[in-house]
Ligand binder design. Structure first.
Ligand code: PHE
Length: 448
């Protein structure tokens, strides 16, 4: 009996850890902070929070629900559920666009994962000790300007991902997530504490939470929505795939709330750690993708015990990036494995090499190939923009519309433990508010 209870608890816990492992990653720290900086601060943050609550939560629940019912990979799960509910098979496209998004995202994600690896090593060797803003900036420029070095780190990161997936130690990582995630939170709090000593914490608070609504544009809103999807690993079938491991007894809404609070909390802490350093050193908040790499080393290089803290921070960040990257590789491998005669190991290798090649094009954007290739964007920005602002929201829209409109209303309410008033709220949000929100954001940004 006790064994049974424990087994259940551990599978539930495993699920939460796996979902949190995918959600918490570079998106919370690297991407969130640079998006906030690039998009004018508080107005972006508040729209982002609204998107997480109003769109992110229902889409997350919808993806898990589809996965749990479909019990298959995202494409087949969508196809089968559509068939069962007398809907066109074309719904499978929702799963397919997710696989494409995962492939594209992993390519540039691995490049940034490489930066994080490189900074882990830099912390060990004391590269940042005593550096000022110019010194730290020069170190970062040195990394970006060296395509071979970037290639090396990108390759090292992808190799780690493949090694973990191929050795089948993904399960073992869940134990690590359980200790590393809290450690990351503690370190972020320490960094926020450091931010408070800079004398510019109030400025950072105002930047993040006192909105200048004039800074708001259609594009800022779209960026905020894209960030909500990206950081929660939505719109890619990943959460659907995780849902297929879910027991009937898991409370989807409650679990979604836990994952979202953790994910959002880490992002906000990252902002509160980074912006005081930006203002204290006269740096620009709109620094772009390099933001955390030219700010945090300043803190580590100038505080007591900073070398150790820096090492721990970049190690934990790399670890968080790895658990997210593994979840990104999985749908691609699954797809290749199912559509070709390749074995699991070969499918993993082939997928990884394809991702790695595209990553090379992405990393060249920072040095030898900065020119725009389409819509005025270079390869890196194009990959990031096309996935987060278009593919993810569209796929997520498909998931929520499918659950809210195509599945039997009663059974969905029962599955979510909703009755009476709460069922009405769910219906209004899932049927109208969330889908219309996504559509309006699109239309609004198209109109400029
Ligand atoms: N959510 C992850 C992060 O914030 C990135 C990711 C996106 C992972 C999409 C899986 C799918 O870093």
């Amino acid at each position: 009996m006790s064994k049974l209870v424990h087994a259940q608890w551990s599978s539930k816990m495993t699920f939460v850890l796996a979902a949190a492992g995918s959600a918490v990653g570079l998106g919370n720290i690297w991407r969130f902070s640079y998006m906030v900086g690039d998009n004018g601060g508080a107005a972006f943050v508040l729209v982002y929070l609204a998107c997480v609550a109003v769109v992110g939560l229902p889409v997350l629940v919808a993806e898990w629900l589809i996965g749990r019912r479909g019990q298959k990979n995202p494409i087949n799960a969508m196809a089968e559920l559509a068939g069962k509910n007398a809907q066109p098979k074309a719904w499978a496209l929702v799963g397919a666009s997710g696989v494409l998004a995962a492939f594209l995202i992993l390519s540039f994600y691995s490049v940034i994962g490489g930066w994080s690896l490189s900074y882990t090593l830099g912390s060990v060797t004391g590269t940042f000790t005593g550096q000022d803003a110019d010194g730290v900036g020069a170190i970062f420029e040195g990394l970006l300007g060296n395509p071979l070095l970037l290639l090396l780190w990108h390759t090292a990161f992808m190799a780690l991902v493949v090694w973990i997936v191929a050795r089948g130690v993904v399960k073992g990582l869940e134990g690590a997530v359980r200790t590393m995630m809290p450690a990351l939170v503690v370190l972020m709090v320490v960094l926020v504490g450091y931010g408070m000593t800079t004398g510019h914490f109030g400025e950072a608070l105002a930047f993040m939470f006192r909105p200048d609504w004039g800074a708001l544009s259609g594009d800022v809103v779209l960026a905020a929505m894209g960030q909500a999807f990206f950081t929660l690993s939505l719109g890619m079938g990943i959460m659907m795939a995780y849902g297929s491991y879910l027991g009937e007894d898991v409370n989807l809404l409650g679990t979604a709330r836990t994952v979202i609070i953790l994910d959002t909390g880490i992002a906000l802490l990252a902002g509160l750690a980074i912006f005081p350093i930006v203002f204290a050193n006269g740096l620009s908040a709109g620094e772009g993708p390099g933001l955390i790499f030219v700010t945090l080393p300043l803190a580590f290089g100038n505080m007591t015990g900073g070398m150790l803290l820096g090492l721990m921070f970049f190690l934990l960040l790399t670890f968080a990036a790895l658990t997210s990257a593994i979840s990104l590789l999985e749908p691609v491998v699954e797809f290749v494995e199912e559509r070709t005669p390749l074995t699991r190991v070969m499918a993993t290798l082939v997928s990884a090499v394809a991702v790695w090649l595209l990553g090379i094009a992405a990393l060249m954007s920072f040095n030898v190939w900065p020119e725009p290739v389409m819509f005025g964007l270079n390869v890196f920005d194009l990959l990031d923009t096309f996935t987060s602002k278009i593919l993810l929201p569209l796929t997520g829209l498909g998931a929520i519309v499918f659950v809210a409109w195509c599945l039997d209303r009663r059974s969905v309410a029962a599955e979510l433990n909703l009755t009476g008033g709460s069922e009405q709220v769910w219906l209004v949000v899932a049927r109208y508010v969330a889908p219309l929100g996504v559509i309006l954001v699109f239309v609004n940004s198209l109109l400029g």
